[in-house]
Design a protein around this ligand. Structure first.
Ligand SMILES: *Cc1c(COP(=O)(O)O)cnc(C)c1O
Length: 380
């Protein structure tokens, strides 16, 4: 008999688990993990390469443990967003002392749970939501408490407050816009959650750049809320998923807590150089966001016309219901060189908005699927 991990003295709570991750397949139209499917513009890529080249000349030394330049670049980026994109321009400022970064926002969230969760502590979440939230909870020994959403996957202020009163969690995880549903998260819900707990409130804003531009980000709630953490990533709108850079904004005291659990030098000099260079080109890196939103809206309209049920989405993907057999539909799309995400939500699939051409390929393939297995009614 072959020796397997089950034969090892592995932690009891990890026994029998499978690793997280969507299938990584080489398919022409990859719309399964919400990446920005537009590549980095060539001139920007060249500038990034030049920065990495320079960083390599001193790579015999450990990197800046405090990634000072990167934190300043991220603060400047968020500051610009606060001034215009988010449509408030209130004069609120975000400084480098309020910023922390890591290898993807996944690592940021893991550090948050290491610092504020752990054995004997709880984190409240609202499934269906980003699966990594509960997986990171389990990896850090934090108890995950799932609570109910309202109709059409929304969370009202009343619902969040009721769940907090009932479960008294140490940490509340909210996700807005929510993955995998795309659902908006009302700013009133975040305010109400914060007021109802003495614990940490984390808002995962991985898709913030796809929100309507006149809607305020949770960042606008930071002043006076020392226990609020807003998590962001360069993996989605920013077209930088392969570089692994996520970050968060919070009170500097929260960042002091992160310093207690982070590995020293967790962000490599090459990552720091690449991210700083990319942020210098933020407008070019984000140039395709409007186009992606248009393709997303086109998917919504055309899927509805085919008879599928869609939900309001403020992200770069669409959850659609009414799929008679999601597994068979997933395979039928794969046969047509299109990959989407089957999340195990009955009668639903999720698809990321692609380029115009990729979106057309998906919609054409989906029409063939609909002809084979006509859409079914799903409950509201
Ligand atoms: C994709 C995604 C992330 C991104 O994770 P990274 O580690 O930054 O790549 C975080 N949160 C949500 C909700 C996501 O969908």
């Amino acid at each position: 008999m072959a020796f397997t991990l089950e034969d090892l003295p592995i932690r009891d709570d990890l026994r029998g688990q499978s690793p997280y991750g969507a299938p990584q397949k080489h398919v022409r139209v990859q719309l399964n993990v919400n990446e920005n499917t537009h590549p980095v513009p060539a001139d920007v890529a060249e500038d990034i390469v030049e920065s990495i080249r320079q960083a390599l000349t001193t790579v015999n030394r450990y990197p800046d443990r405090e990634f000072t330049e990167l934190r300043q670049s991220l603060a400047d980026y968020l500051q610009r967003g606060l001034g215009s994109d988010q449509g408030i321009g209130t004069g609120q400022t975000i400084s480098a002392e309020q910023i922390w970064a890591a290898n993807g926002s996944n690592e940021v969230l893991q550090q948050l749970l290491q610092a504020f969760g752990g054995p004997g502590r709880t984190v409240l979440g609202f499934p269906p939501t980003y699966s990594m939230h509960s997986i990171l909870a389990s990896g850090t020994g934090t108890t995950w408490i799932p609570a109910q959403r309202d109709d059409v996957f929304r969370i009202s202020p009343e619902t969040v407050v009721a769940a907090i009163r009932e479960h008294q969690p140490d940490i509340v995880f909210l996700c807005g816009p929510n993955n995998p549903t795309g659902t908006p998260l009302p700013i009133e819900t975040i305010e109400a959650a914060y007021a109802a707990t003495d614990g940490i409130v984390m808002v995962d804003e991985a898709y913030a750049e796809f929100m309507p531009t006149d809607v305020p980000s949770a960042l606008t709630l930071l002043p006076g809320r020392e226990r609020l953490v807003v998590s962001r990533t360069m993996s989605k709108a920013f077209a930088f998923a392969g570089a692994r850079v996520g970050y968060m904004a919070a009170h500097p005291a929260v960042i002091d807590a992160f310093r207690l659990v982070r590995l020293p030098y967790h962000l490599s000099a090459l990552t720091q150089a690449a991210a700083v260079a990319a942020l210098r080109h933020a407008p070019e890196m984000l140039a395709m966001v409007d186009d992606i939103k248009q393709q997303r809206d086109r998917m919504v309209t055309e899927l509805q016309a085919m008879g599928y049920r869609t939900y309001e989405t403020w992200s770069n993907f669409v959850l659609f219901g009414g799929v008679a057999d999601p597994h068979a539909a997933f395979e039928a799309l794969l046969d047509q060189d299109v990959i989407v995400r089957d999340l195990g939500i009955p009668n639903h699939l999720r698809v990321s908005a692609g380029t115009e051409e990729e979106t057309t390929a998906f919609l054409d393939a989906m029409r063939r699927v609909a002809a084979d297995q006509p859409p079914v009614r799903v409950a509201a």
